[in-house]
Design a protein around this ligand. Structure first.
Ligand SMILES: [Zn+2]
Length: 680
């Protein structure tokens, strides 16, 4: 399930040093796909390949003061934002001559940028939401109130999330999902861990909740005791929630309930009133992802006073809406979530937050403008060709691996053949015509766009699956595999230089974008993805012996990454990052195979003192150049299924004999160990 408005809030450091020029871009910028100037050739590639490939980039690119980390991806993302800023500024100033999409994105951006108007309103926009909470007269009223708050904000912070998703056992069906939610901190572990740092963050969180409640008008004393109530409620919900590692197993998130059974699970919650307020009528079947969580929810609402419930809801309203309110709210929200939690010194400038919001709320309207200017049919064709080659390489790989028996092999190839490639942008753009966007009503625009999205999500239930749908916007510097759609998706924003450089030869492009394509493809066969079949159904297609052999190989990767340090004494949680680590390694292996096939009849020459094979590996490593603040790394350790960038390079090459050969490393050097892992 998806949720929530994008976190349009900022972060971070070394302000004066690294300040990016704060101007919109009129031309889309270019950086080369392999840049020798980003390397540090004083480092031995066999000792630390990441530093060898990225040392120069890191030295030249300190983390800007409004960012928690700064990587090649973040820099490209910022370029995209500045380019979109240019488009939006132009559209916001036009008086006429705009099509309906341009009117919406232009007026949304203009209203968002009018900070004085936002400031004048203070907390006034919250009044209708708070009034609904104040009017709560009994626990039975909670159904209608939660429906209202969830629809308006799209936030699963009000106890739980409710929306549509493909049925795990029949991917052709869209059914209702009720999922755990209700927390203000980034993960349930923040409430349960007992180390000093976790206790300190909880104390700072209490103070933050208190200050937010004071902004809503409470006295400091009253706010202090109310903050304790919030912490109490959230701790109960957190303890009843699955850990991120437990959530990686889809069977842990799959529990079908009919309507009577759902009502019996939480008898104190008025589901009929809730559904009536949602205008939701398709009540035949539900996936309650975490029944234990809903048992805790039942105890919470039956055992709490109405005052305590109101306090909890008031906090979440303020929390959810803070980015769209006056500076006092924006700054307090920034101070805790970015500065304290992620170490970011400075709030992002308003233009950046506003561009990100247009992208988050009207992304396919803005995306059309982006695609028209940056992503032509030739780029689409070239990426598609590379994708097909990587798929061919995977087929060959599956046919050749020795640990898999014939039956599983046949199923694996059937699954591979069924994967759908989606490149750049959707074939059919989302229709926002029913969303009213006004040039002078920022908060209203946010709510209306969110209501549209909540409605769109709920309306999918009981309808045929839209297999053309995208779950990210075209300018995103991102890609994903969706196990139930069984498709791989690459946004136009990630198929740009320096990640994909049409002016460069194949070696760095296969290393970089080829590796990304292979990565997404491998997700279909990682610890999670392998549990879904060719049709996207949760169904075991492995023989027992092959599953055991797979698990043994995956465990080799878990053990490898669990030894790497993220920050201070915190190691990678190798079970949490297993899927991504497997995808990284598999992806690069497949990219290598595809590149070798593509260039089999070419005579390749060294460039800048690097052999073609070396350029493949450096080209790959240079997607990952970057650094991250220690506070942000701590959040990452708990919440992020990706390993830190350094290990997304060094952790791969140690497993590839092709790397050892390309750089002539001696066995036993850090990048050429004797023991290697390999899954795909
Ligand atoms: Zn991934």
């Amino acid at each position: 399930m998806r949720k929530l408005l994008p976190a349009a809030l900022g972060c971070l450091a070394f302000a004066a040093l690294a300040q990016q020029p704060d101007t919109p871009l009129k031309e889309y910028p270019y950086s080369p796909g392999l840049d020798p100037g980003s390397m540090d050739r004083s480092v031995d590639p066999c000792v630390d390949f990441y530093k060898y490939s990225c040392g120069g980039w890191i030295a030249k690119n300190p983390i800007p003061s409004d960012q928690p980390k700064w990587e090649v991806y973040s820099k490209l993302n910022q370029d995209n934002l500045r380019f979109l800023w240019g488009i939006l500024e132009e559209e916001s100033k036009k008086k006429g001559g705009r099509n309906p999409s341009q009117q919406k994105i232009g007026d949304y951006f203009g209203a968002c940028m009018d900070e004085d108007a936002v400031e004048k309103l203070g907390m006034k926009p919250l009044e209708p939401l708070l009034a609904r909470i104040d009017a709560l007269k009994s626990a039975r009223d909670l159904g209608a109130v939660l429906a209202y708050l969830q629809l308006e904000t799209g936030d699963s912070g009000f106890y739980f999330g409710f929306g549509s998703n493909q049925d795990f056992e029949d991917s052709n069906k869209m059914i209702a999902f009720a999922a755990a939610g209700g927390l203000g901190l980034p993960d349930r572990d923040y409430y349960t861990k007992d180390d000093e740092k976790s206790k300190e963050i909880r104390a700072q969180y209490l103070e933050h909740v208190q200050r937010m409640l004071v902004l809503l008008g409470d006295s400091p004393d009253a706010a202090k005791s109310k903050a304790a109530t919030v912490m109490d409620i959230e701790t109960v919900l957190a303890k009843a929630s699955l850990t991120r590692v437990e959530s990686r197993d889809p069977y842990n998130l799959f529990h079908k309930y009919d309507y009577p059974k759902l009502r019996k699970l939480t008898p104190s919650f008025d589901w009929p009133a809730y559904f009536k307020a949602l205008a939701f009528t398709k009540t035949s079947i539900f996936n309650v992802t975490e029944p234990r969580f809903f048992e805790a929810f039942e105890k919470e609402i039956s055992g709490r006073s109405l005052d305590e419930i109101r306090t909890y809801l008031r906090w979440h309203v303020a929390h959810s809406a803070a980015p769209y309110l006056s500076r006092a709210f924006v700054n307090e929200n920034f101070a805790f979530y970015s500065k304290t939690l992620r170490g970011v010194p400075e709030l992002k400038p308003r233009w950046k937050r506003c561009v990100a919001l247009v992208d988050g709320q009207l992304g396919e309207a803005l995306g059309q403008e982006f695609v028209r200017r940056t992503f032509g049919p030739d780029q689409k064709a070239r990426t598609l060709k590379m994708t097909k080659q990587i798929e061919k390489a995977m087929e060959q790989d599956i046919r050749e691996i020795t640990w898999m028996g014939p039956q599983t092999r046949k199923n694996a190839i059937a699954k591979l053949h069924a994967i759908v490639n989606k490149i750049g942008y959707p074939d059919k753009w989302r229709d926002y015509s029913s969303v009213a966007i006004k040039p002078d009503d920022f908060f209203g625009n946010v709510l209306r766009a969110q209501r549209f999205e909540s409605r769109r999500d709920l309306d999918k239930i009981g309808r045929p699956v839209d297999r053309g749908e995208w779950f990210m916007t075209p300018p995103s510097v991102n890609a994903y595999y969706n196990p139930q759609m069984n498709d791989i998706n690459f946004a136009a924003g990630i198929l740009q230089p320096p990640l994909f450089d049409a002016k460069m030869d194949d070696a760095p492009n296969y290393g970089n974008t080829g590796g990304t394509i292979g990565h997404e493809l491998t997700h279909g066969f990682d610890d999670e993805g392998r549990q879904y079949d060719a049709r996207g159904n949760l169904k075991d297609w492995w023989t027992k012996e092959d599953a055991a052999r797979y698990t043994e190989r995956a465990q080799c990767i878990v053990d490898q990454y669990s030894q790497y340090t993220i920050v201070d004494d915190i190691k990678i949680n190798g079970k949490l990052t297993n899927g991504e680590d497997i995808a990284d390694l598999g992806g690069l292996m497949l990219a290598w195979m595809a590149w070798k096939m593509e260039t089999a009849n070419q005579k390749l020459q060294p460039v800048d003192g690097l052999s073609p094979e070396q350029r493949f590996f450096v080209g790959n490593a240079q997607w990952a150049c970057g650094s991250e603040r220690p506070e942000s790394l701590r959040v990452k350790a708990i919440t992020d299924p990706h390993s830190p960038v350094k290990y997304r390079v060094n952790g791969l090459v140690v497993n590839m004999p092709q790397f050892q050969e390309a750089f002539q490393c001696r066995t036993g050097q850090p990048m050429a160990p004797e023991k290697r892992c390999r899954v795909w």
